[in-house]
Design a protein around this ligand. Sequence first.
Ligand code: UDP
Length: 333
Amino acid sequence: MNPSSSILVVGGAGYIGSHTVRQLVSSGKQVIVLDNLVYGHREAIVDESVLFVEGDLGDRACLDQLFSEHDIGAVMHFAAYAYVGESVTDPAKYYQNNLAAPLVLLDAMRAHGCNIFIFSSTCATYGNPEYMPLDENHPQNPINPYGASKLMLERVLADYSHAYGLQYAALRYFNASGCSDDGKIGEDHNPETHLIPLVLEAAAGVRPHITIFGTDYETPDGTCIRDYIHVDDLARAHILAIDKLAEGTPSFQCNLGTGIGHSVQELIDVAKTVTGVDFPVQIGERREGDPPELVAAPAKAKELLGWEAEHKDLEAVISTAWAWVNGPRKGHY
Ligand code: UDP
């Protein structure tokens, strides 16, 4: 890849994509964002040097135009749908957007000789854990169409790498969390289903309470344990991955997590400390498909990329999200 080539960031107006775009720009990269704005926000692209194109990753004509008009050296793909519950009730939407559409993107890349691809995969590809922490060799048996669609694309990438020489990194995220340190961009999903933003909306009085989904799990306090990885740490791993692939490192898959687990109850307690608000907490039923514990074994990312989480303190992570909720945009674009 020519160092002056542009990076195409598909889904760059979304939560993780927009944080990565900012880091790409500050590392001196020329960035093109392609986003259909179904879930993304135009305002999340704050750097004026970024070329923003509204369009869909499954639109071959749009892709052909982009690849013809620009020297694109690599593609980062963040544009997946990620509501697990919806993937169960409407799997067609997930297989269409998370599998069929990226095939169009990969074909366009091949046709235009672009060979480096960074894929947002997920710990949901592992399914119900057989042991903990989860390393990359853990069996991949996803338990919902969202996880299955991500795993299928991982398989496609492995086959394309073998047959066509595609160089890819499949980065398996654990629970993306927090917001940019300067509070300029943040997490804004509609609908919002993630724990941290919901907890902080309860603290801000926007929601009447937070409901804990299950207190009868086999964990020390009975609530689910997750590995909350700061979005800027995730973003940094993407930059390192692209540099590695550009140096000729073979394709790889790796976990992106802190290696530290926090329970839902623990997170709520930390959020009460950060916000200084004793917001109401209700106990609810388990949410279908939630494994009791998901924590990353992060050693491979360290070995391959020299990457490890810098934001390891949950209080500090939640503070960045709280700054966004209290910032000028009040948590919404
Ligand atoms: N959770 C909860 N109440 C909520 C939302 C989430 O108790 O209103 C729990 C959920 O069951 C899981 C954890 O918080 O154990 C993280 O959920 P989230 O949806 O943020 O991420 P996921 O782990 O599903 O990717």
